[in-house]
Design a protein around this ligand. Structure first.
Ligand SMILES: *Cc1c(COP(=O)(O)O)cnc(C)c1O
Length: 360
């Protein structure tokens, strides 16, 4: 068996420790004589899996008691609608930093008054627009951001000012990669398939007092209160995905040693690759240095044909899913928690070799 280094932006690689543990427990999970996929979500065995998963997330991220953890479905994308359905009373201020905020804007516009208060669209989203308190709309309920822009490789290093307003953030591609001060946010959401587990579950971390104020007559499953009142089990939850997230959290706690340790690894992975790209004569990264993502790193050679050749040859060398998003082109290396340092070294070695062979 040979495992490749998988640089996919999502669904993404998972820690081998987690996959092996899942394999071990496949036929008989927690002494139940069955796999987690076959369990009733009403069983005590599954309840324990859910409780442990929640407790681990609360410990790891230091989530204060006045925040609720909810497990939803529908991906990050469903949150683009759930957020306004639950929080938008007057209007929403959104900062447009790429594909994932564009889609959030589109859903917001169907449901209420929406202002795009800043955008880096004219520069193909290569930086994070800096806003001031004065840029906010007087009657807006919240400021909405995508903290790490998976496609363009940008990240907020400082949160925007939002005095007197709620802060809502999409952390899909950076959650658990570093320490997060949850108390600075009012609602955080993240689809699991980037850095938390497999696709199928979306984690929502929401201030408790924001629950129960949804628009009237909306479907039950779009109201955060339905999830909060029923321990995320109003209907059948994505049991196996929750179980896998639980294993990833266990790995983070017991094998890595928490988010402070993971943050060091995240920064180390990213600086190894950026340092190499910055001194290289062949590759470049288009993002403003202070806004560079630690988890998604796009790069180009400046020649579309050469980029294609790079992706093909890298793939043959066991470095897969390096093709950039179709709206950016070139390459993108996603360096999430499960990417071992050896994977980063292998990528850089390959890049060096390719540079030598192809630099005119
Ligand atoms: C992938 C991604 C999404 C969309 O997630 P789905 O689960 O496909 O709906 C939203 N936001 C960000 C930042 C993402 O990276």
């Amino acid at each position: 068996m040979t495992r490749v280094y998988n640089f996919s932006a999502g669904p993404a690689c998972l820690p081998e420790w987690v996959l092996k543990k899942a394999q071990e427990e496949m036929l008989d999970a927690h002494g139940s004589g069955m796999s987690v996929m076959e369990m009733s979500h009403r069983s005590s065995a599954f309840q324990e899996i859910l409780d442990t998963c929640k407790a681990r997330l609360r410990r790891l991220m230091n989530i204060p008691d006045d925040y609720e953890i909810l497990f939803c479905q529908g991906g990050g994308t469903m949150q683009f609608s759930m957020v306004p359905l639950n929080l938008l009373k007057h209007s929403a201020d959104i900062i447009n930093t790429g594909q994932w905020t564009k889609k959030a804007i589109m859903e917001h516009q169907k449901l209420g008054k929406t202002q795009v208060i800043a955008s880096s669209a004219e520069d193909n989203f290569t930086y994070i627009p800096k806003i001031k308190q004065e840029d906010l709309t007087s009657d807006s309920d919240y400021v909405y951001i995508c903290e790490n822009n998976t496609i363009y490789g940008t990240k907020y290093k400082e949160l925007p000012p939002h005095e007197g307003k709620l802060l809502v953030a999409d952390l899909s591609s950076c959650i658990l990669s570093e320490r997060t001060d949850v108390s600075k946010y009012d609602l955080i959401f993240a689809g699991a398939q980037k850095n938390m587990g497999p696709a199928g579950v979306t984690v929502v971390i929401i201030k408790k007092d924001l629950i129960g104020h949804a628009k009237e007559n909306i479907p039950s499953l779009l109201d955060y209160k339905t999830y909060a009142d029923n321990d995320s089990m109003y209907n059948t939850p994505p049991c196996y995905a929750i179980y896998m997230v639980g294993l990833v959290l266990q790995w983070l706690e017991e094998e890595i040693g928490g988010l402070e340790e993971m943050e060091k690894l995240t920064r180390q992975r990213a600086s190894l690759l950026y340092d190499y790209i910055d001194q290289s004569k062949l590759y470049s990264n288009p993002v403003a240095k202070e806004d560079r993502s630690y988890t998604n790193i796009p790069f180009v050679t400046g020649d579309a044909e050469l980029d294609k050749k790079f992706v093909k040859e890298a793939n043959e060398a066991g470095l897969v899913n390096l093709k950039g998003h179709r709206t950016v082109g070139g390459m993108r290396a996603s360096l999430y928690n499960a990417m071992p340092m050896e994977g980063v070294y292998a990528l850089i070695d390959f890049m060096k070799k390719f540079e030598k062979e192809n630099l005119a």
